[in-house]
Structures are given as C-alpha cells and as structure tokens.
Design a binder for this molecule. Structure first.
Ligand SMILES: [Cu+2]
Length: 156
C-alpha cells in the first residue's frame, strides 16, 4: 500500500517536471525568434536616396514624394517662408537612422515622419520604412493644412 502510493507520487512529479520543461522550451524559442533582436543596424550610414522638399508660400514643393520601401532616405526640408512650418506624414511609421540634424520631434514621436522648421530654417531626417502605401502629409501649424499645405507620399 505504502509502496504503491510512492510510485504514483513519483509519476506525478515526473509529469510535472516534463510540463515545466516543455513550457520553458517554448519560452526560449519565442525569445529566439524575436524580430527585434535580428534587426540590422546601419547607424550613421550614408543614405540611399536624398529628397529635398521646400516650403514656401504655404506650399510643399514637390507635393508628391515617392520613396522606396527598405531604402535609407534622407529628407531635407528647407523653409523659405518667414513663418514656422512642419511636415508630418500622416499614418506612416518609420525607423529613424542615425541622429536627425535639427528640427525633428524625435523625442516625442520616434517612429513618426515629422520634420519641424522655424522661419527660414532647415530641417532634416534620415529614415527607413517598410510600410508600402500612400500617405498624406501636411503642416500641423494652425490653419496651414486648410490653406493648402498638403501633399502625398507614396512608399513603393
Ligand atoms: Cu506651415
């Protein structure tokens, strides 16, 4: 009687440790396939493409911009107006590359494509994105979007 009980108890323990081992293995493999750990870093690398956008008289020039998915794009924004402007690409998520020179909102929105410029100043951002699609961009300063400060960015 006593012997039988011990056997059952041992079996139970064995089963429990098997289950524990299995769940531990699952946890390990989930961590191993984390895509973030495999992301290549090209900090400070040269851009594949440079795009210049100028801001003048409440307009973006050009107002149609196309970038290739996966490429490293440096976008320079030149503000020729005597007013503060920015350029926000609505809904697009990016990966910033290196340090933005000036004029971006890096701290607040690290994965958004936005460049801010004071009157007659320049801003720049270097980024990559894999989000193919068409996105509207505009100036977020009050009244500027309604005044026509809009454009379209295509990621192809
Ligand atoms: Cu503006």
């Amino acid at each position: 009687m006593l012997k039988k009980k011990t056997v059952v108890w041992t079996l139970g323990l064995g089963l429990m440790s098997l289950i524990l081992a299995a769940s531990a293995a699952c946890g390990e493999s989930a961590q191993g396939t984390d895509p973030k750990s495999k992301a290549a870093s090209h900090e400070g690398g040269q851009p594949d493409v440079v795009i210049d956008v100028s801001l003048k008289n409440l307009r973006f020039t050009p107002n149609l911009v196309e970038v290739e998915a996966g490429k490293t794009v440096q976008m320079n924004v030149t503000n020729m107006d005597g007013a503060e402007h920015d350029m926000l690409v609505d809904g697009l998520r990016i990966e910033k590359v290196g340090d933005a020179m000036n004029g971006d909102h890096a701290g607040a929105m690290p994965d958004m494509l936005v460049v801010h410029t004071m009157a007659n100043e320049n801003g720049s951002i270097t980024f990559r994105t894999d989000q193919k699609g068409t996105y509207q961009f505009y100036c977020t300063l009050p009244g500027h979007k309604d005044a026509g400060m809009v454009g379209q960015m295509s990621v192809v």
